[in-house]
Design a protein around this ligand. Structure first.
Ligand code: ZN
Length: 299
């Protein structure tokens, strides 16, 4: 039984799990949904780990270990095991959370006892602590308002807050000497982003945040992205940041125009919007459109 990717996607949407798909396709489905955990070096001992959830960044050099984000407990455990192999199980100096979402911070618990300090922006830290009231987690014990910076191993590591964007507490984590920056969920590469309005997201400001972050980094910085659409990479350049800024600007402008034209929220959320020039993002779901419509209605 032969299955193209297109067939698979169509079948999985309507009939996943039925006998019609068969075992080979199911095996492929598993591969697509949960890719094998992978460590990819970028430069100067900095790299990224992909497992399940937001991309993890890491520094492992002779005198320092830093981890950025932690995915979920199961993949965090795999990440920790791989880091231990690379470092002969030295303690991890810092775990930094880019923001509070579970696919970036629920795995903190796997680092309990292995990490000296957990760092996050004060807003993200408060949200991680509040989620930990329901599910046990390792919560940030070191917070900052604007910027945090420390020399760890042979590297200077900086966490910087640029304002409300994907949530109220997103930080950019920069490995200065390697010239690699983890953007967390400030970057969805060619994929409709999660916009956490309930926790302070602001699409209009998000575009400005990307601009400010890009301006703060040299031209050849390699950026790590929280997520990417199917087939798109989880690392890239300033050009990718500016493309996503343009997408966010187009999205909020579109909603503002609809509000101005007197369109109802009901009409808007059911419009199956695709944005001209941003085809790779695909069709926008009702939830996303409702959120941008609400922001546009705020003025
Ligand atoms: Zn997120």
């Amino acid at each position: 039984m032969s299955f193209s990717r297109r067939d698979f996607l169509a079948a999985s949407a309507v009939a996943f799990g039925t006998a019609a798909i068969g075992r080979p396709a199911l095996a492929r489905a598993w591969q697509q949904q949960a890719p094998a955990p992978t460590f990819t070096d970028i430069r100067r001992n900095v790299g990224f780990f992909t497992g399940r959830g937001g991309t993890i960044g890491y520094l492992v050099d002779a005198n320092g270990i830093v981890v950025v984000d932690s995915q979920f407990p199961d993949s965090a455990k795999q990440c920790l095991e791989g880091l231990n192999q690379r470092s002969n199980s030295r303690p991890i100096d810092r775990l930094i959370n880019t923001h509070h979402h579970g696919d970036h911070s629920a795995g903190n618990i796997a680092f309990k006892g292995s990490v000296q300090k957990v760092v996050a922006h004060e807003n993200a830290a408060a949200l991680i602590r509040s989620a930990a009231a329901d599910t046990e987690n390792l919560v940030p014990d070191s917070t900052f308002k604007d910027v945090w910076r420390e020399e760890i191993g042979n590297e200077w590591v900086r966490a910087q807050y640029y304002g409300r964007a994907h949530t109220s507490g997103d930080a950019v984590i920069t490995f200065e000497r390697a010239n690699v920056a983890h953007m967390g969920d400030l970057m969805f590469n060619s994929r409709v982003p999660v916009i956490d309005r309930a926790n302070g997201a602001l699409v209009g400001n998000w575009a400005k945040v990307l601009e400010a972050a890009a301006a703060d980094h040299p031209g050849d910085t390699i950026f790590i992205f929280g997520h990417a659409g199917g087939g798109f990479p989880v690392t890239g350049s300033k050009t990718d940041l500016m493309f996503f800024r343009d997408y966010l600007t187009a999205l909020i402008e579109h909603a503002r125009a609809a509000v101005k034209a007197g369109q109802s929220k009901d009409q808007y959320v059911n419009s199956s919007l695709t944005l001209k020039g941003f085809d790779a993002f695909g069709v926008h779901n009702a939830r996303t459109l409702g959120i941008v419509f609400d922001e546009a209605s705020d003025g």
